[in-house]
Design a protein around this ligand. Structure first.
Ligand SMILES: [Zn+2]
Length: 227
């Protein structure tokens, strides 16, 4: 959108005057016409109190320039101008102006609202993970390593099988998603892969690390818990 300023001149009065015309010399052919200035932009409308007048000769159908006016015409002009019923001076804004003001506010409010929502759901999720129970399922960003080489990297789910002292036993889902496009079926019968024994303390802070896995090391980050 570009910014546009346009001046308008609204007619606010007309008056026949009996003076002799400085143009054609005829009497009773002169008319004073008055206009009030209004300024419109892309966003606002301003009614000013600025008034301009035009002297028109009906006989020759032409405008008589102010330099040709005699004192009598000048006096009529001042008198008639003072009697005009002008529009009150006013500044108003259109819908584009309000869009311009309100749109950024909506964007800011939405962003703040979304962040609060995200933060709250993260806190809720963290609480649920801290109070983990047998039978619950967790989604994990999961990496297995073998002698410091990453052998597998992706997303999978684990089913909590047992919790005892500082240990948690979880069994892996049959699907290991390395592309990020799998819709997981979370039925208990789908958790058929290896059972891992991990640290419960670390589990509660979203970490899934093996206690006693000398042969197969793994690490995971718990993103979601499902009851
Ligand atoms: Zn004339």
């Amino acid at each position: 959108m570009y910014y546009n300023v346009t001046d308008y001149y609204d007619p606010v009065g007309a008056k026949q005057i009996p003076s002799k015309c400085p143009g054609c010399g005829t009497s009773n052919c002169l008319e004073l016409l008055f206009y009030q200035k209004r300024i419109e932009t892309s966003f606002s409308k301003k009614v000013t109190t600025k008034v301009s007048g035009v002297l028109f000769c009906d006989n020759t159908q032409s405008e008589i320039a102010p330099v040709l006016w005699n004192d009598e015409i000048e006096q009529y002009y001042v008198l008639e101008k003072s009697k005009l019923n002008l529009q009150p001076k006013k500044l108003s804004f259109n819908k584009w102006f309000y869009c311009l003001i309100i749109l950024p506010l909506i964007l800011i409010a939405t962003t703040i609202g979304y962040n609060i929502y995200e933060e709250e759901s993260y806190i809720d999720e963290t609480k649920a993970i801290e109070q983990v129970h047998v039978g619950e399922k967790v989604m994990v960003l999961y990496t297995t390593t073998d002698s410091n080489n990453v052998t597998d990297n992706g997303t999978t789910w684990f089913l909590v099988k047992k919790i005892e002292a500082d240990s948690i036993w979880v069994q892996r889902h049959e699907v290991f998603d390395t592309e990020g496009d799998v819709h997981f079926d979370l039925a208990a019968s789908k958790f058929t892969r290896e059972t891992l024994k991990a640290s419960l303390t670390q589990f509660k802070t979203r970490g899934l690390f093996g206690h006693d896995y000398p042969s197969q090391k793994f690490s995971g980050y718990i993103t979601t818990l499902q009851k």
